[in-house]
Design a protein around this ligand. Structure first.
Ligand code: NAD
Ligand code: WQD
Length: 337
């Protein structure tokens, strides 16, 4: 019996695959490589010393995806495949709805055909919208999303809930990630965005590496944060990967249901706290300038991770130093060649 990992060559997927292989799970990756490089596949094999099947397939390609189910005995799916750039989703909403929502529908349809009804889905804290409190707990439910990317996540959550209502033999875990950063300690896999990054940690990495001359800090007059800069719940990607293992274990124990969990540390760090930690841990310079606020940004939010701790036995163990150290280690050992 195998675990199918869609989007398994990507940032979070590759780290999750490493953790699965380290636990001797039999896995199969489906990825169209739209936002990842095949080199990551060799690197996963190098880290783990294990082999697995890889299919270069778009999840929208029903025939090819079905073939993967035909050729293998797939018991469960961890579904990472999707487009994830917030700004781009505003420019190209139809691509986001097509890829993320229609792609998931295609996957679910084939899963039904092959009687595979166990899925872990990559959702996001963005589905909370702006609930009026910085601490996000699962019971707050989904709010009004502020961009098409977020709306695709919210819609897919709804689709999964409706699917369960229609057939309660489904077993579904919805994981709402906060802000994943860091890389595998080997320095072999990590996040490598194309072009100028949108997210904070990849941007800092390029500034520290002198590919960009400074970081723009988007606003330093936010209320409710330590120094006026935006605060987020950053979590190490390896902790996040382990969260998926725990979620699968939970689904293996339960007969059926829809289980929603926040995956975050429960602590928010400001932009300047991250910059200072990065400089200190790695002994590098990160020049920055204060810039206007970015449209749509909230001042501060972080997870209430209590439910994941109680029900999954999952707690994020890696702190801000490891997040900064491993991010930089990936640059030194990989991006610099
Ligand atoms: P990523 O872009 O690195 O990985 C996604 C992978 O999916 C890529 O390898 C890409 O090539 C693949 N893919 C995309 N569309 C596909 C398709 N139609 N068919 C097959 N493969 C396809 O992104 P990530 O950061 O690893 O994110 C993984 C998942 O987690 C995404 O669904 C994302 O929305 C979600 N998520 C990410 C974050 C974050 O900050 N990184 C936060 C919350 C949720
Ligand atoms: C973090 C903080 C910025 C860049 C996004 C998505 C969210 C989720 C994770 C997928 C904020 C500040 C950033 C820069 C800055 N993704 N910043 N200068 O916006 O919290 O979340 O990624 O689901 O849906 O919206 O992450 O890393 O972009 O920003 O000052 O150049 O860093 O203002 O306070 P965000 P981020």
């Amino acid at each position: 019996m195998s675990i199918l990992v869609t989007g398994g060559v990507g940032y979070i997927g590759s780290h999750t695959v490493v953790e699965l292989l380290n636990r001797d799970e039999d896995i199969i990756i489906v990825d169209n490589l739209v936002n990842s490089k095949p080199e990551a596949i060799n690197r996963i094999k190098k880290i783990t010393g294990k082999d697995f099947k890889f299919y270069e397939v778009d999840i929208l390609d029903e025939k090819k995806l079905e073939n993967v189910f035909k050729e293998n005995n797939i018991e469960s799916v961890i579904h990472f495949a999707g487009l994830k750039a917030v700004g781009e989703s505003v420019e190209k909403p139809l691509e986001y709805y097509q890829n993320n929502v229609a792609g998931t529908l295609t996957l679910l349809k084939i899963m039904i055909k092959y009687n595979c009804k166990k899925i872990v889905f990559s959702s996001s804290a963005t589905v909370y919208g702006d609930p009026g409190t910085p601490k996000y707990i699962e019971e707050l439910g989904r709010g009004k999303t502020t961009n098409p990317y977020g709306t695709t996540k919210s819609m897919i959550e709804q689709i999964l809930e409706d699917l369960y209502i229609s057939d309660n033999s489904w077993n579904i875990a919805i994981l709402r990630y906060f802000n994943p950063v860091g890389a595998h300690e080997s320095g072999l896999i990590g996040e490598e965005p194309q072009g100028i990054p949108n997210n904070l940690m990849p941007f800092i990495m390029k500034v520290a590496n002198k590919e960009l001359d400074h970081l723009n800090v988007f606003g330093n007059d936010y209320e409710g944060t330590k120094d006026g800069t935006g605060a987020r719940d950053y979590l190490h990607v390896v902790d996040l990967a382990i969260g998926h293992i725990k979620a699968l274990e939970k689904l293996d124990k339960e007969k059926n249901g829809v289980f929603v969990y926040n995956l975050g540390t429960g602590t928010a760090y400001t932009v300047l706290e991250i910059v200072e930690a990065f400089k200190k841990v790695n002994n590098v310079d990160v020049p920055y300038k204060i810039a206007p606020r970015r449209n749509g940004d909230l001042a501060i939010y972080y997870a209430d991770p209590t439910k994941a701790e109680k029900e999954l036995g999952w707690v994020a163990k890696r702190g801000i130093e490891e997040m900064c150290r491993d991010s930089w280690n990936f640059v030194i050992s990989n991006m610099r060649g």
